[in-house]
Design a protein around this ligand. Structure first.
Ligand SMILES: C[S@@+](CC[C@H](N)C(=O)[O-])C[C@H]1O[C@@H](n2cnc3c(N)ncnc32)[C@H](O)[C@@H]1O
Length: 298
């Protein structure tokens, strides 16, 4: 399947190229912002798992050019974006926090977002586990970086234990909402937790704790045990669960990401080049070997 067929099949993919966004994900942040007004009045912002950089582009276009500081972090190198300081780092590594704080001169952030996703292996349990680790690291960084009242947005996959996470996040933020932008395919479990009004726990000093492997352990270290509802005889136990409000965001008149559209005949045959070529694609070595004639197409 060539890029022109994807251009026709996925209208957000094509629209991203027309509007100069590096990835269609830009529309997810734009649609989240149109619902929650997250990007107003921000000065210090952290974009975790940022490559190739479409969220950073949205941030750099939305924040005041002269005063705002935007830090983008990813394992992959990222081509430069005006007004964005990017660092190539692992968000699960404790040293990453210090690198971000150094750029902010020790000042707290107003907004932390994470669109993190691991390379999918196809092994469902492993993929879910790695995704959970990314959310946990993003949350740890957010609690250590945010000012009181700040906001945190992260990509999640709505799995079995998600309502427990809503409960836990509700202890740290005034409002927790599960949001599904119109540009996120309805057929995918992907959604975004939008946590507003950060309220640090009194007396608790957030830090990056390396030896925790689940949000539950992390909250235990904070002194918050998994809440249980016990019946009167003390025999029946059930975990307390919370259902976060679910909001579909983005204008209803905008494209439905699961639908197929017909592009006007005049433009249908024009395939657009990527806005930013990948800086270090995993297939780079294969291309070099092919160029040297060491490997050949069969
Ligand atoms: C869906 S992409 C992000 C797209 C981005 N928001 C944009 O708009 O262009 C997910 C990114 O997560 C990054 N990632 C995965 N694990 C990471 C980790 N441990 N530390 C930093 N970045 C990570 C990947 O390298 C990948 O670039």
């Amino acid at each position: 399947m060539g890029k022109s067929s994807k251009d026709k099949r996925d209208l957000y993919y094509r629209k991203a190229k027309e509007e100069g966004w590096r990835a269609r994900s830009a529309f997810k942040l734009l649609q989240l912002d149109s619902q929650f007004h997250l990007l107003k009045g921000l000065n210090r912002v952290v974009d975790l798992c940022a490559a190739p950089g479409s969220w950073s582009q949205v941030l750099s276009r939305s924040l005041p050019e002269d005063s705002a500081k935007i830090v983008a972090v990813d394992l992959q190198p990222m081509a430069p974006i005006k007004g964005v300081t990017s660092i190539q780092a692992d968000i699960t590594h404790p040293k990453t926090l210090k690198r971000i704080l150094d750029i902010f001169g020790g000042e707290p952030a107003d907004f932390v977002c994470s669109d993190g996703a691991p390379d999918v292996t196809g092994l469902h349990d492993l993929d879910e586990y790695i995704q959970a680790q990314l959310i946990l690291s993003a949350l740890q960084l957010a609690t250590a970086l945010l000012r009181p009242g700040g906001a945190f947005v992260a990509k999640i996959f709505r799995g079995r234990d998600i309502d427990l996470m809503y409960f836990q996040l509700g202890l740290l933020f005034e409002r927790v909402t599960c949001a599904k932008p119109r540009s996120s395919r309805g057929s995918s479990l992907e959604a975004f937790i939008v946590c507003q009004g950060y309220k640090p726990r009194p007396g608790w000093v957030p830090s990056i704790i390396n030896e925790v492997f689940s949000t539950e352990e992390y909250f235990k270290k904070m002194g918050i045990e998994r809440p249980l509802i016990v019946d009167l005889d003390g025999e029946y136990e059930e975990e307390e669960r919370v259902v976060a409000p679910f909001v579909a965001c983005g204008d209803l008149s905008e494209y439905d990401s699961d639908a197929t559209y017909t592009i006007e005949r005049s433009t249908a045959r024009v395939s657009l080049d990527p806005v930013q070529s990948p800086t270090a694609p995993p297939y780079k070595t294969a291309i070099e070997l092919k160029r040297k004639g060491i490997i050949k197409r069969t």
